[in-house]
Design a protein around this ligand. Structure first.
Ligand code: ADP
Ligand code: TYD
Length: 203
């Protein structure tokens, strides 16, 4: 079972991914909790290249290649072996983030993301939780964190709004896989809804 969390920056994905991993472990499952970009040593190196530095450092096309390269390494080294050993893999972001963050940056880029994904990755999650949140709230939560990974968080409110709309469109196009979760609530209520959906999917 391959589960992913998606949403705009500051939506609460990491919090919910961690909580779901704890819940499923407590129920006796073997769980691998991971994240993108990253999740394997090579992919974590690419993470630094792509998330730090000047906002204009890479073109959207180059970013698609870098995120997909990181994902390929993550798949080879961690995800595929874990799924083969019947573990549950929970990833904080996956290809839907590339579809939205890079795919919405120019004409034809969404198709480029999908074609490269088919060619080099070829796997979709079994279930995706889209944590949907008011973009202003997400931005203030994300800015509350201090760090060096600011290339995307500096995008501003208008961009966060476009990303949110993009994620909701994507969810409408894949309703069986992507569940939209209202993230404008306390973390415990969100956790309970996510856990119930995950348990239903596991049965
Ligand atoms: P993401 O991984 O989507 O960027 P995080 O899980 O890191 O989001 O959460 C961003 C910030 O918001 C963190 O400081 C976290 O503690 C806080 N947070 C997460 N979920 C909630 C929630 N439901 N209500 C209020 N604050 C939250
Ligand atoms: P993440 O660490 O999940 O940041 P946050 O907790 O703020 O949501 O992801 C880092 C950034 O990388 C985030 O702004 C989204 C961006 N990203 C892409 O642009 N494309 C991708 O394919 C992925 C996986 C992430």
């Amino acid at each position: 079972m391959f589960l992913t969390f998606e949403g705009i920056d500051g939506s609460g994905k990491s919090t919910q991914a961690r909580r779901l991993a704890e819940t499923l472990r407590a129920a006796g499952h073997d769980v691998v909790l991971t994240r993108e970009p990253g999740g394997s040593p090579g992919a974590e190196e690419i993470r630094r290249l792509v998330l730090e530095g000047d906002p204009d450092r890479w073109s959207p096309e180059t970013e698609i290649l870098l995120f997909t390269a990181a994902r390929r390494d993550h798949m080879e080294r961690l995800i595929v072996p874990a799924l083969a050993s019947e573990m549950i893999v929970i990833s904080d972001r996956f290809v839907d983030s590339t579809r939205i963050y890079q795919g919405l940056r120019g004409a034809g880029l969404r198709e480029t993301v999908d074609r490269l994904h088919d060619l080099m990755i070829g796997v979709e999650p079994d279930l995706t939780f889209l944590i949907d949140i008011d973009p202003g709230l997400g931005l203030s939560r994300a800015r509350g964190r201090q760090g060096h990974e600011e290339r995307f968080e500096d995008m501003g409110l208008a961009m966060q709004e476009r990303m949110r709309a993009g994620f909701l469109d994507l969810a409408r196009s894949a309703p069986a896989r992507i569940r939209v979760i209202d993230g404008n609530r306390d973390a415990d209520s969100i956790e309970a809804e996510v856990a119930a959906l995950a348990r239903a999917a596991l049965r």
